[in-house]
Design a binder for this molecule. Structure first.
Ligand SMILES: [Zn+2]
Ligand SMILES: [Zn+2]
Length: 143
């Protein structure tokens, strides 16, 4: 894609979630779009070596607050983030979907089109969000 066109698409993606498109946010979004696995704060820091850690953290948190990314908790122990689908509103249980954590390469994959069946809870337990992570071996590590 031509770079101006790509940049417009990124600006639109931010604006569709009411996020002001600053240069930093556009760069972080571009990075997330290119990744096919979820990323944690250290991944983002390593990619943007000259940027301040707090700024990067705030950028991810803004994305999360506005529903552009969702947080995933896997066995790695550090929170990871993946882009939300355009029609995602991070609602429970409609937008809860499967994540896959590879025990070998420690990567986490997001499968927005694999929804999770709604689980009935005991009376008076009010669900707000849910994490669904399956552990195993990814195709790259199997080969
Ligand atoms: Zn793997
Ligand atoms: Zn996901």
């Amino acid at each position: 894609m031509e770079s101006a066109t790509r940049n417009n698409a990124l600006v639109e993606k931010l604006e569709s979630r009411s996020i002001k498109p600053t240069a930093m946010r556009l760069l972080v979004l571009e990075y997330l779009v290119q990744k096919d696995e979820a990323v944690n704060l250290s991944d983002v820091e390593q990619h943007f070596k000259n940027s301040d850690r707090t700024t990067l953290y705030r950028t991810l948190k803004t994305f999360e607050d506005k529903g552009l990314v969702h947080e995933i908790h896997d066995l790695s122990g550090s929170a990871k983030y993946a882009l939300c689908a355009d029609d995602c509103s991070c609602a429970y249980p409609e937008d809860v979907h499967v994540h896959f954590y590879c025990n070998s390469c420690k990567k986490t994959y997001c499968f927005p089109d694999r929804s999770v069946p709604s689980i009935s809870l005991p009376d008076d337990y009010h669900p707000v969000s849910g994490d669904f992570v399956i552990n195993g071996v990814c195709p790259t590590c199997r080969n």
